[in-house]
Design a protein around this ligand. Structure first.
Ligand code: SAH
Length: 366
Protein backbone atom coordinates (compact mmCIF):
# COMPACT_ATOMS: atom_id res chain seq x y z
CA UNK A 1 0.00 0.00 0.00
CA UNK A 2 1.14 3.54 -0.79
CA UNK A 3 0.04 6.57 1.26
CA UNK A 4 0.37 10.24 0.39
CA UNK A 5 1.65 12.65 3.00
CA UNK A 6 2.50 16.21 2.10
CA UNK A 7 4.64 15.98 -1.06
CA UNK A 8 5.73 12.42 -0.27
CA UNK A 9 4.43 9.07 -1.39
CA UNK A 10 5.26 6.34 1.07
CA UNK A 11 5.06 2.64 0.49
CA UNK A 12 4.13 0.70 3.63
CA UNK A 13 5.07 -2.77 4.79
CA UNK A 14 3.57 -4.87 7.56
CA UNK A 15 6.99 -5.32 9.20
CA UNK A 16 7.91 -1.63 9.24
CA UNK A 17 6.44 0.93 11.59
CA UNK A 18 4.21 3.69 10.26
CA UNK A 19 1.67 5.60 12.31
CA UNK A 20 -0.95 7.57 10.33
CA UNK A 21 -1.99 9.29 13.58
CA UNK A 22 1.37 11.12 13.60
CA UNK A 23 0.73 12.79 10.24
CA UNK A 24 -0.33 16.07 11.88
CA UNK A 25 2.87 16.02 13.93
CA UNK A 26 4.90 15.48 10.75
CA UNK A 27 3.15 18.44 9.09
CA UNK A 28 4.19 20.60 12.05
CA UNK A 29 7.73 19.23 11.80
CA UNK A 30 7.93 20.11 8.11
CA UNK A 31 6.90 23.67 8.98
CA UNK A 32 9.66 23.82 11.59
CA UNK A 33 12.20 22.43 9.10
CA UNK A 34 11.20 25.00 6.51
CA UNK A 35 11.90 27.81 8.98
CA UNK A 36 15.25 26.22 9.88
CA UNK A 37 16.14 25.87 6.18
CA UNK A 38 15.37 29.55 5.62
CA UNK A 39 17.56 30.56 8.57
CA UNK A 40 20.50 28.49 7.31
CA UNK A 41 22.66 29.68 4.45
CA UNK A 42 23.96 26.16 3.83
CA UNK A 43 22.18 22.91 3.02
CA UNK A 44 20.94 21.25 6.20
CA UNK A 45 22.53 17.80 6.50
CA UNK A 46 20.04 15.88 8.55
CA UNK A 47 19.88 12.37 10.02
CA UNK A 48 16.58 10.54 10.28
CA UNK A 49 18.09 8.29 12.93
CA UNK A 50 15.12 5.94 13.48
CA UNK A 51 13.63 6.20 10.05
CA UNK A 52 11.30 3.13 9.65
CA UNK A 53 9.60 3.94 6.29
CA UNK A 54 11.74 7.08 5.94
CA UNK A 55 8.67 9.30 5.90
CA UNK A 56 10.19 12.06 8.03
CA UNK A 57 13.49 12.34 6.21
CA UNK A 58 11.78 12.12 2.83
CA UNK A 59 9.39 14.92 3.70
CA UNK A 60 12.31 16.96 5.06
CA UNK A 61 14.01 16.61 1.64
CA UNK A 62 10.96 17.23 -0.52
CA UNK A 63 9.29 19.97 1.51
CA UNK A 64 12.11 21.75 3.36
CA UNK A 65 15.09 21.15 1.07
CA UNK A 66 17.06 19.23 3.72
CA UNK A 67 19.70 16.71 2.66
CA UNK A 68 18.65 13.70 4.70
CA UNK A 69 20.54 10.57 5.65
CA UNK A 70 18.50 7.60 6.81
CA UNK A 71 19.10 4.92 9.38
CA UNK A 72 17.25 1.99 10.86
CA UNK A 73 18.49 -1.17 12.55
CA UNK A 74 15.76 -3.25 10.93
CA UNK A 75 17.03 -4.54 7.52
CA UNK A 76 13.47 -4.67 6.17
CA UNK A 77 13.06 -0.97 7.00
CA UNK A 78 16.28 -0.21 5.13
CA UNK A 79 14.98 -2.00 2.01
CA UNK A 80 11.71 -0.10 2.26
CA UNK A 81 13.47 3.25 2.74
CA UNK A 82 15.43 2.58 -0.45
CA UNK A 83 12.22 1.82 -2.33
CA UNK A 84 10.63 4.97 -0.94
CA UNK A 85 13.61 7.09 -1.95
CA UNK A 86 13.23 5.79 -5.53
CA UNK A 87 9.50 6.41 -5.46
CA UNK A 88 10.15 10.04 -4.49
CA UNK A 89 13.19 10.47 -6.75
CA UNK A 90 15.60 11.22 -3.94
CA UNK A 91 19.21 10.13 -3.71
CA UNK A 92 20.41 9.63 -0.17
CA UNK A 93 22.60 7.52 2.05
CA UNK A 94 20.85 4.78 4.00
CA UNK A 95 22.45 3.02 6.96
CA UNK A 96 21.51 -0.23 8.66
CA UNK A 97 23.15 0.57 11.96
CA UNK A 98 22.47 0.99 15.60
CA UNK A 99 21.55 4.68 15.79
CA UNK A 100 23.80 5.31 18.80
CA UNK A 101 26.86 3.80 17.08
CA UNK A 102 26.20 5.83 13.93
CA UNK A 103 25.72 9.10 15.83
CA UNK A 104 28.86 8.45 17.87
CA UNK A 105 30.90 8.26 14.65
CA UNK A 106 29.28 10.91 12.46
CA UNK A 107 28.16 14.50 12.76
CA UNK A 108 25.03 16.07 11.30
CA UNK A 109 23.65 19.61 11.28
CA UNK A 110 20.28 18.26 12.35
CA UNK A 111 19.12 15.01 13.90
CA UNK A 112 15.58 13.75 14.14
CA UNK A 113 15.00 11.23 16.93
CA UNK A 114 11.57 9.79 16.43
CA UNK A 115 11.46 6.41 18.15
CA UNK A 116 8.44 4.36 18.91
CA UNK A 117 8.49 4.77 22.71
CA UNK A 118 11.22 6.38 24.75
CA UNK A 119 14.00 8.49 23.21
CA UNK A 120 15.95 8.30 26.49
CA UNK A 121 18.70 5.94 25.30
CA UNK A 122 19.44 8.09 22.21
CA UNK A 123 19.47 11.63 23.59
CA UNK A 124 23.03 11.65 24.92
CA UNK A 125 24.72 10.67 21.64
CA UNK A 126 22.31 12.79 19.60
CA UNK A 127 23.45 15.83 21.60
CA UNK A 128 27.04 14.99 20.68
CA UNK A 129 26.36 14.31 17.02
CA UNK A 130 23.92 17.13 16.23
CA UNK A 131 25.90 20.25 15.42
CA UNK A 132 23.05 22.70 15.41
CA UNK A 133 19.53 21.30 15.62
CA UNK A 134 17.86 18.39 17.35
CA UNK A 135 14.26 17.20 17.14
CA UNK A 136 12.94 14.65 19.62
CA UNK A 137 9.66 12.76 19.97
CA UNK A 138 8.66 10.87 23.10
CA UNK A 139 5.65 8.61 23.45
CA UNK A 140 6.53 7.27 26.90
CA UNK A 141 4.36 9.95 28.40
CA UNK A 142 3.71 8.12 31.69
CA UNK A 143 7.44 8.18 32.52
CA UNK A 144 7.73 11.85 31.57
CA UNK A 145 4.60 13.36 33.09
CA UNK A 146 4.66 11.91 36.57
CA UNK A 147 2.05 9.18 36.27
CA UNK A 148 4.78 6.49 36.51
CA UNK A 149 7.32 7.98 38.98
CA UNK A 150 9.66 4.97 38.92
CA UNK A 151 9.80 4.97 35.12
CA UNK A 152 10.55 8.72 35.30
CA UNK A 153 13.48 8.00 37.59
CA UNK A 154 14.79 5.14 35.47
CA UNK A 155 14.47 6.78 32.06
CA UNK A 156 14.99 10.46 32.78
CA UNK A 157 16.47 10.64 36.28
CA UNK A 158 13.65 12.91 37.42
CA UNK A 159 11.15 12.61 40.21
CA UNK A 160 7.59 13.58 39.34
CA UNK A 161 4.05 12.91 40.44
CA UNK A 162 0.90 13.47 38.45
CA UNK A 163 -0.40 17.04 38.56
CA UNK A 164 -3.25 18.76 36.71
CA UNK A 165 -0.74 20.25 34.23
CA UNK A 166 0.90 16.88 33.52
CA UNK A 167 1.38 17.36 29.73
CA UNK A 168 3.44 20.48 30.41
CA UNK A 169 5.36 18.66 33.13
CA UNK A 170 6.16 15.89 30.65
CA UNK A 171 7.37 18.36 28.04
CA UNK A 172 9.55 20.11 30.61
CA UNK A 173 10.98 16.76 31.74
CA UNK A 174 11.91 15.88 28.16
CA UNK A 175 13.49 19.28 27.45
CA UNK A 176 15.27 19.20 30.82
CA UNK A 177 16.75 15.82 29.92
CA UNK A 178 18.00 17.13 26.57
CA UNK A 179 19.55 20.18 28.24
CA UNK A 180 21.30 18.08 30.89
CA UNK A 181 22.71 15.70 28.27
CA UNK A 182 23.87 18.53 25.99
CA UNK A 183 25.84 20.60 28.49
CA UNK A 184 28.58 17.99 28.97
CA UNK A 185 29.41 18.56 25.28
CA UNK A 186 29.55 22.31 26.02
CA UNK A 187 26.29 22.86 24.20
CA UNK A 188 23.47 25.09 25.38
CA UNK A 189 19.92 24.53 24.23
CA UNK A 190 17.40 26.99 22.85
CA UNK A 191 13.85 25.72 22.41
CA UNK A 192 12.48 26.65 18.99
CA UNK A 193 9.08 25.02 19.37
CA UNK A 194 7.60 22.21 21.43
CA UNK A 195 4.21 20.69 22.04
CA UNK A 196 2.34 18.06 23.99
CA UNK A 197 -0.46 16.44 22.03
CA UNK A 198 -2.51 13.29 22.29
CA UNK A 199 -0.06 10.63 23.47
CA UNK A 200 3.24 12.16 22.60
CA UNK A 201 5.61 15.08 23.16
CA UNK A 202 7.69 16.75 20.47
CA UNK A 203 10.45 19.33 20.71
CA UNK A 204 12.73 21.10 18.24
CA UNK A 205 15.81 22.73 19.75
CA UNK A 206 18.80 24.69 18.56
CA UNK A 207 22.17 23.79 20.07
CA UNK A 208 24.80 26.44 20.72
CA UNK A 209 28.36 25.47 21.40
CA UNK A 210 29.60 27.63 24.27
CA UNK A 211 31.08 26.69 27.64
CA UNK A 212 29.69 29.88 29.17
CA UNK A 213 26.15 29.40 27.83
CA UNK A 214 26.16 25.69 28.70
CA UNK A 215 26.81 26.69 32.32
CA UNK A 216 24.40 29.60 32.33
CA UNK A 217 21.54 27.46 31.05
CA UNK A 218 21.20 25.91 34.51
CA UNK A 219 19.49 29.13 35.56
CA UNK A 220 16.58 27.64 33.63
CA UNK A 221 16.77 24.08 34.94
CA UNK A 222 15.42 23.34 38.37
CA UNK A 223 12.77 22.04 40.67
CA UNK A 224 9.08 22.61 41.02
CA UNK A 225 7.74 22.67 44.57
CA UNK A 226 4.12 21.69 44.31
CA UNK A 227 1.44 21.64 46.99
CA UNK A 228 -1.11 18.93 46.25
CA UNK A 229 -3.42 20.40 48.89
CA UNK A 230 -3.87 24.00 47.73
CA UNK A 231 -2.41 23.91 44.20
CA UNK A 232 0.34 26.41 45.04
CA UNK A 233 3.63 26.10 43.17
CA UNK A 234 7.09 27.63 43.43
CA UNK A 235 10.10 26.85 41.27
CA UNK A 236 13.82 27.35 41.76
CA UNK A 237 16.98 26.63 39.76
CA UNK A 238 19.00 23.53 40.65
CA UNK A 239 21.42 25.51 42.80
CA UNK A 240 18.57 26.98 44.86
CA UNK A 241 17.59 26.00 48.37
CA UNK A 242 14.86 23.36 48.65
CA UNK A 243 11.50 24.60 49.94
CA UNK A 244 9.86 22.32 52.46
CA UNK A 245 6.53 23.80 53.31
CA UNK A 246 3.80 25.56 51.40
CA UNK A 247 2.34 28.70 52.99
CA UNK A 248 -0.82 26.65 53.66
CA UNK A 249 1.23 24.45 56.00
CA UNK A 250 1.23 21.35 53.80
CA UNK A 251 4.53 19.80 52.64
CA UNK A 252 5.69 20.60 49.14
CA UNK A 253 6.46 17.73 46.77
CA UNK A 254 9.76 18.42 44.98
CA UNK A 255 9.53 17.59 41.27
CA UNK A 256 12.42 17.66 38.82
CA UNK A 257 14.90 18.54 37.60
CA UNK A 258 12.80 20.19 34.90
CA UNK A 259 13.25 22.74 32.17
CA UNK A 260 11.90 26.05 33.54
CA UNK A 261 12.63 28.17 30.47
CA UNK A 262 10.70 28.97 27.30
CA UNK A 263 8.65 26.30 25.54
CA UNK A 264 8.85 28.13 22.23
CA UNK A 265 10.53 30.99 20.44
CA UNK A 266 7.85 33.46 19.29
CA UNK A 267 9.67 34.56 16.15
CA UNK A 268 10.16 30.94 15.11
CA UNK A 269 6.52 30.00 15.71
CA UNK A 270 5.31 33.12 13.88
CA UNK A 271 7.41 32.09 10.88
CA UNK A 272 5.80 28.62 10.99
CA UNK A 273 2.31 30.16 11.04
CA UNK A 274 3.15 32.46 8.14
CA UNK A 275 4.30 29.47 6.09
CA UNK A 276 1.23 27.25 6.52
CA UNK A 277 -0.16 28.49 3.20
CA UNK A 278 2.75 26.89 1.35
CA UNK A 279 2.10 23.40 2.73
CA UNK A 280 0.92 20.57 0.49
CA UNK A 281 -2.12 19.74 2.57
CA UNK A 282 -5.86 20.39 2.25
CA UNK A 283 -7.50 23.59 3.48
CA UNK A 284 -9.01 21.89 6.54
CA UNK A 285 -5.58 20.71 7.66
CA UNK A 286 -4.12 24.19 7.08
CA UNK A 287 -6.79 25.63 9.31
CA UNK A 288 -6.04 23.06 12.00
CA UNK A 289 -2.29 23.75 11.75
CA UNK A 290 -2.81 27.52 12.07
CA UNK A 291 -5.15 27.11 15.02
CA UNK A 292 -2.77 24.86 16.92
CA UNK A 293 0.29 27.01 16.21
CA UNK A 294 -1.62 30.14 17.21
CA UNK A 295 -2.35 28.56 20.60
CA UNK A 296 1.36 27.85 21.05
CA UNK A 297 2.22 31.38 19.91
CA UNK A 298 -0.13 32.98 22.42
CA UNK A 299 0.78 30.78 25.38
CA UNK A 300 2.58 33.01 27.87
CA UNK A 301 6.09 32.16 28.95
CA UNK A 302 5.40 31.10 32.53
CA UNK A 303 5.94 27.57 33.79
CA UNK A 304 3.02 25.43 34.85
CA UNK A 305 -0.55 25.97 33.80
CA UNK A 306 -3.74 25.50 35.75
CA UNK A 307 -7.03 23.93 34.76
CA UNK A 308 -10.42 25.40 35.53
CA UNK A 309 -11.54 21.91 36.58
CA UNK A 310 -8.84 21.49 39.18
CA UNK A 311 -9.39 24.95 40.67
CA UNK A 312 -13.15 24.33 40.77
CA UNK A 313 -12.62 20.92 42.37
CA UNK A 314 -10.49 22.44 45.15
CA UNK A 315 -13.22 25.05 45.74
CA UNK A 316 -16.05 22.51 45.40
CA UNK A 317 -17.69 24.73 42.83
CA UNK A 318 -18.29 24.55 39.07
CA UNK A 319 -15.50 25.39 36.61
CA UNK A 320 -15.68 28.80 34.89
CA UNK A 321 -15.19 29.24 31.16
CA UNK A 322 -11.52 29.51 30.22
CA UNK A 323 -12.10 32.58 28.04
CA UNK A 324 -13.91 34.35 30.90
CA UNK A 325 -11.23 33.74 33.47
CA UNK A 326 -8.47 34.86 31.10
CA UNK A 327 -10.38 38.05 30.34
CA UNK A 328 -10.79 38.67 34.04
CA UNK A 329 -7.08 38.27 34.80
CA UNK A 330 -6.14 40.60 31.97
CA UNK A 331 -8.55 43.24 33.18
CA UNK A 332 -6.90 42.98 36.61
CA UNK A 333 -3.50 43.64 35.04
CA UNK A 334 -2.19 40.06 35.13
CA UNK A 335 -0.81 38.17 32.18
CA UNK A 336 -2.97 35.25 31.10
CA UNK A 337 -3.46 32.89 28.16
CA UNK A 338 -4.77 29.52 27.17
CA UNK A 339 -2.41 26.55 27.03
CA UNK A 340 -1.87 24.50 23.88
CA UNK A 341 -2.17 21.15 25.64
CA UNK A 342 -5.59 21.33 27.28
CA UNK A 343 -8.90 22.91 26.39
CA UNK A 344 -9.62 23.59 30.06
CA UNK A 345 -6.11 24.89 30.84
CA UNK A 346 -4.81 28.40 31.34
CA UNK A 347 -1.67 30.21 32.46
CA UNK A 348 -1.32 33.36 34.47
CA UNK A 349 1.15 35.16 36.68
CA UNK A 350 -1.55 35.57 39.34
CA UNK A 351 -0.99 33.24 42.30
CA UNK A 352 -3.29 30.39 43.18
CA UNK A 353 -5.11 32.31 45.94
CA UNK A 354 -5.91 35.13 43.51
CA UNK A 355 -7.05 32.57 40.94
CA UNK A 356 -9.40 30.98 43.47
CA UNK A 357 -10.83 34.38 44.44
CA UNK A 358 -11.45 35.21 40.80
CA UNK A 359 -13.22 31.89 40.21
CA UNK A 360 -15.41 32.39 43.29
CA UNK A 361 -16.24 35.96 42.25
CA UNK A 362 -17.11 34.86 38.68
CA UNK A 363 -19.34 32.10 40.02
CA UNK A 364 -21.28 34.42 42.34
CA UNK A 365 -21.83 36.84 39.43
CA UNK A 366 -23.49 34.05 37.44
N1 SAH B 1 10.32 7.86 12.60
C1 SAH B 1 9.38 6.90 12.10
C2 SAH B 1 8.95 5.90 13.14
C3 SAH B 1 10.07 5.17 13.75
S1 SAH B 1 9.61 3.70 14.62
C4 SAH B 1 8.15 7.60 11.51
O1 SAH B 1 8.05 8.83 11.57
O2 SAH B 1 7.28 6.90 10.99
C5 SAH B 1 11.13 3.30 15.35
C6 SAH B 1 12.14 2.67 14.40
O3 SAH B 1 13.39 2.69 15.08
C7 SAH B 1 11.86 1.23 14.04
O4 SAH B 1 11.82 1.10 12.64
C8 SAH B 1 13.02 0.44 14.64
O5 SAH B 1 13.47 -0.60 13.80
C9 SAH B 1 14.08 1.50 14.77
N2 SAH B 1 15.06 1.30 15.86
C10 SAH B 1 14.82 0.97 17.15
N3 SAH B 1 15.96 0.96 17.87
C11 SAH B 1 16.96 1.32 17.02
C12 SAH B 1 18.36 1.52 17.17
N4 SAH B 1 18.96 1.34 18.35
N5 SAH B 1 19.07 1.90 16.08
C13 SAH B 1 18.46 2.08 14.89
N6 SAH B 1 17.14 1.90 14.68
C14 SAH B 1 16.38 1.53 15.73
Amino acid sequence: MIVKEGKARIKLDKDVFYNPKMTFCRHLDVLAYRVIAKDESREVRSLDALAATGVRGIRACLEAGFRSTFNDKNPRAVELIKENLKLNEIEAEVFNRDAVALMRESRFIHIDLDPFGSPAEFIDTACLSALKYLSVTATDTAALCGSAPLAGLRKYAIYAEKTEFYPELGLRTLIGKIVREATKYDKAVEVLVSWAREHYYRVHVKLRRSVALAGKIYEKVGYLFYCFKCGNREWLPMNGEALEKCRCGNRFVMIGPLWLGELHNKVFVKAMIDDVGGMHVDEGTKKKLRKFLQLIYEEIDIPFGYTTHHIAMMLKTSPPQVAKIIEEFRSMGYRASRVHYSGVGFKTDADVETIKNVVLALNTQN
